[in-house]
Design a protein around this ligand. Structure first.
Ligand code: HEC
Ligand code: HEC
Ligand code: HEC
Length: 137
């Protein structure tokens, strides 16, 4: 084999090794995220740790259960974007589309609290009390 061909093959192999994980990770969610109120909104509670990867992979919850308005897995946005749960004002606290209900609704399967209440009934160890999700403060 020609030396120049060898070198090109080696370079190609290296590109694969380093670029592939990035491609696979592409739309993959972060391991653990810290959830906060949208910019500009006052936070009265401690930020919430959320084990995103565990929920998707270990607890095997389909992406679309939580990202219920996304058209597909590759078109997922955050929850508090315009048109969704963006309104963090006090007036919107009871609005199903408000920021607060995104996490605490007792009716929507997409909400942390609703799903956890269901899981708790089924005997799972899940946080349902305020301070279990909002630890400090
Ligand atoms: C148990 C609920 C839940 C499941 C299941 C879930 N996610 Fe998420 N995901 C969230 C929450 C909550 C956020 C944070 C959104 C925010 O900060 O507004 C998030 C954020 C994201 C983001 C970043 C969005 C942005 O632009 O801020 C992407 C991308 C994402 N998830 C993709 C996925 C994919 C792909 C799956 C399935 C493999 C998945 N999620 C499964 C709840 C979930
Ligand atoms: C559709 C169901 C569902 C939704 C929605 C959901 N969870 Fe969970 N959650 C689970 C299940 C199932 C477990 C783990 C049960 C077990 O231990 O097998 C869990 C466990 C947890 C735990 C404890 C274990 C760990 O992984 O740290 C935390 C904290 C948690 N969830 C936070 C959240 C937050 C915050 C949200 C909303 C952003 C949320 N969850 C939304 C189903 C859900
Ligand atoms: C299963 C987890 C979970 C439980 C239980 C929970 N929350 Fe939350 N809460 C969240 C998430 C996620 C957010 C959005 C991220 C943030 O604002 O930190 C949030 C946001 C909030 C906010 C708006 C932001 C702020 O800091 O002012 C308030 C107020 C709040 N929660 C109060 C409560 C109260 C009161 C309880 C108990 C009745 C409670 N939460 C129980 C997960 C939870």
């Amino acid at each position: 084999m020609k030396k120049s061909l060898m070198i090109s093959l080696m370079v190609a192999a290296l590109v694969c090794v380093f670029a592939l994980p990035a491609v696979i990770a592409g739309n993959a969610p972060a391991d653990t995220m810290v959830l906060k109120a949208p910019a500009g909104a006052k936070m009265t509670k401690a930020p919430v740790d959320f084990t995103h990867k565990k929920h998707a992979e270990d607890y095997k919850i389909d992406c679309m259960v939580c990202h219920h308005k996304a058209t597909d897995k590759n078109a997922i946005t955050g929850c508090s974007v315009e048109g969704c749960h963006a309104d963090a004002s006090k007036a919107a606290k009871k609005d199903p589309k408000g920021f607060y209900q995104a996490w605490h609704s007792k009716k929507s399967d997409a909400s942390c609290v609703a799903c956890h209440k269901k899981e708790k009934k089924a005997g799972k160890k899940v946080p349902v009390a305020c301070k279990e999700c909002h630890p400090k403060k």
